[in-house]
Design a protein around this ligand. Structure first.
Ligand code: HEM
Ligand code: HEM
Length: 201
């Protein structure tokens, strides 16, 4: 199906880039998205793996050093992404997207932005208030902004683990929707974020 070129209705600006009829995310969006995707997914896998291992043992200790270091990078990248998102409108949705798909996609994206901040914050509070190591890789110690507080450490640990379930669900919906749009509907959704290729025309 032909996708129409449309103006962004919120800003009345033309799409950021437009190849093969699909409005694309610009290069800054794409670099931030894919570096975040790699770091975030690796952090999730290492955190889940570490949670299966007994406290104080190897390789849990080492996995958590890398997990926490990647988590800190997610936090910094998330602040950069949010700043860019709030100052640069994303490309308009393709005209073929129904209202339901637009709303579902937008909710999914904002929940992901919230999780990119909430996961590092709850993880950091857990380790900082729990007196656990806070080293950035094997290079230096990250600042410890909290004094020891067993209750706070316990609460933030529960929040981190509960929010992890939200991450699994929302990320599965995000990647699942991309596969559905790109492989089945063939509407060029993945191409919006890769900047390459396009829909079957
Ligand atoms: C293999 C993994 C991933 C794939 C295939 C993927 C794919 C995509 C695609 C195709 C879009 C554009 C959606 C559109 O057309 O509107 C997008 C947007 C987005 N993705 Fe991903 N993504 C992945 C991983 C992630 C991860 C790990 C995160 C964050 C934790 C994330 C956060 C976002 C956000 C927030 C947007 C919306 C950007 C905006 O409009 O502000 N993605 N993703
Ligand atoms: C993007 C950021 C982060 C993501 C996506 C993330 C994700 C996860 C996940 C999925 C788990 C397994 C949850 C479970 O079932 O218990 C976990 C565990 C853990 N995370 Fe994170 N995390 C992030 C950042 C951080 C940070 C910044 C820290 C600390 C500075 C941290 C500390 C921990 C610790 C200590 C555990 C092990 C919990 C336990 O089993 O005792 N995380 N994380």
């Amino acid at each position: 199906m032909e996708t129409a070129q449309v103006m962004n209705t919120q800003t009345m600006r033309p799409p950021v880039a437009d190849v093969a009829g699909v409005p694309r995310y610009d290069a800054v969006y794409r670099v931030l998205h894919w570096s975040m995707a790699g770091i975030f997914i690796t952090a999730v896998v290492l955190g889940f793996w570490a949670s299966l291992l007994p406290s104080g043992t190897s390789p849990r200790r080492e996995l958590l050093v890398v997990h926490k270091s990647l988590g800190a990078m997610v936090f910094v990248l998330a602040l950069m992404r949010l700043t860019y998102r709030l100052t640069h409108a994303p490309p308009a949705y393709p005209a073929v997207f129904s209202r339901l798909i637009r709303v579902a996609s937008s909710v999914n994206h904002w929940v992901l932005y919230a999780l990119m901040l909430a996961m590092p914050i709850t993880g950091y509070v857990n380790s900082a208030a729990g007196g656990a190591p806070l080293q950035w890789f094997w290079l230096f110690d990250m600042p410890r902004l909290l004094t020891k507080n067993v209750e706070l450490a316990h609460l933030s640990k529960q929040m981190h683990a509960a929010l992890a379930w939200a991450v699994y669900l929302v990320l599965a919906a995000h990647v699942g929707a991309t596969i559905w749009h790109s492989a089945i509907k063939r509407d060029g959704t993945l191409a919006r974020m890769t900047g390459r290729g396009g829909p079957a025309r």
